[in-house]
Design a protein around this ligand. Sequence first.
Ligand code: HXC
Length: 523
Amino acid sequence: MSDDLQKATTQGKIKIFEEKVGALMQMGGEKQIKKQHDGGKLTARERLDHLFDQGTFQEVQLFVQHHSTLFGMDKKNIPADGVITGFGKVNGRTVFAASQDFTSAGGTLGEMHAKKIWKVMDMAIAAQKPFIAINDSGGARIQEGVPSLEGYGGIFYRNTIASGYIPQITAIMGPTAGGAVYSPALTDWIFMVKNTSYMYITGPEVIKAVIGEEVTQEQLGGAVAHASKSGVCHVVTENDKDCIDQIKILLSYLPDSCNLPLPAALSTDKPDRECPELDKAIPDKATRAYNMKNVIKAVADHNEMFELHEQWAQNIIVALIRVMGKPVGVIANNPMFYAGVLNVNASDKAARFIRFCDAFNIPLLTFADVPGYMPGTDQEWAGIIRHGAKLLHAYSEATVPKITVVTRKDYGGSYIGMCCKQLGADYVMAWPTAEIAVMGAEGACNIIYRSEIADAADPAAKRTELIAGYEAKFNNPYFAASLGAIEEIILPRETRKRIIAVLDAMKDKKEARLEKKHNNIPL
Ligand code: HXC
């Protein structure tokens, strides 16, 4: 071919080039592509076609090849070295991406494969644009050895450097095994596809050999397992196309970088829209649950919210909404699960979301209905002190506008944990149904009136009477309002209007922090 190239005319050289490109576009060949499709997966190129606006994808380093010679690799051709990299427009905005091609040597990562990914990550960082990784790979290319480990190291380093600077999203669309899982884990958001993607440090065979446990791939590291048990996966999707569509929705809420403005969508929702349904949101009985997601949706433009981590730590909700076209990050206790209590996982989930929003200048809106921290040895030994501290740390360090709305219970340490004023909330509002106190009336009376209750002729009646007295004092928002701990008591139906007013008033908020290298968040 090189002889032909030397002798070729200009037109001949163009033809040779086109033939080479055509061959590379075949990826691992028909048989491998069929296997990919039969497995319910798109190819790496089809995924990029679906991601980018038509005709905008510009491939980078198509001609890169491995130069490994061991274990017969000198005879092995791996088109594009198993990864398609480049940039293009997603709904008109520039995004960089790397899509591993499982049809070419299992999408395995060798030195040159990694360097292609480094290149587009470096471009994304320099250009201040989001980076999307589509993972479908057998992991480190075993024949190459250490260079492939170095390759992963370079990706992890870039993931870390880019963290909080540009949004990074990973789509898991096939295997991701061993240390390879750590690039996704270092990015902001992980999307997985049901039944065709999995992630684990060690697979079922190793697990069986080492500890004798039997588990299937899907049970161990499938999308549902990571979305509901480990919290590794943030969004579960039905298939490759659905996964990419959902990533595009997430991108629509995010700025290109921490230095660039938030995207503004056209909103035809009215700023003075009342939400009469919220007047009926809180059940008369304090122990009854209600769906906090309906509260969030009522407040959001066009009742739309994009929930993340939907299946994990369901006692807290984290979601992105738009208010008058601008993105807002919502953190809300969910009374439908464990009464909305704060525990280890809920603290982790909320803290990471708060830090993400703050890094990208997305204002924070908190809805509090929280009875406290989950009691018990399980939680204490799992480190609720350490994990709960993350939430306090995340709220305190966040400098974006912070609004808190107390809908019902807001007790004790969890009152602080759900962004009270002293953690830097700019504006705290409470519904007339709010109960702001050190703890619930029953628990409080059991402690402070222990002897009165025990000594009473009718302890049960005395207890009821004392609880009623405590409730009269604290089970309302008025005591907190009298202290200025909340700015306003509002009608639930006016919540959206009030939030819009505060967000508008605080939109140019600037808050300084001490100059230092970085915080030491309790990890
Ligand atoms: C080299 C690999 C490979 C690997 C797969 N292939 N994994 N080549 N290194 N790690 C090759 C296969 O030889 C095959 O090549 C092609 O990719 C497709 O693989 P198949 O096995 O035919 O596909 P499938 O049956 O779908 O099985 C996929 C698989 C399996 C489950 C991923 O290939 C597998 O278990 N691979 C090993 C996974 C693993 O243990 N990775 C961890 C490596 S260590 P041909 O030429 O026949 O098409 C690691 C550490 C990273 O990743 C540390 C980072 C810090």
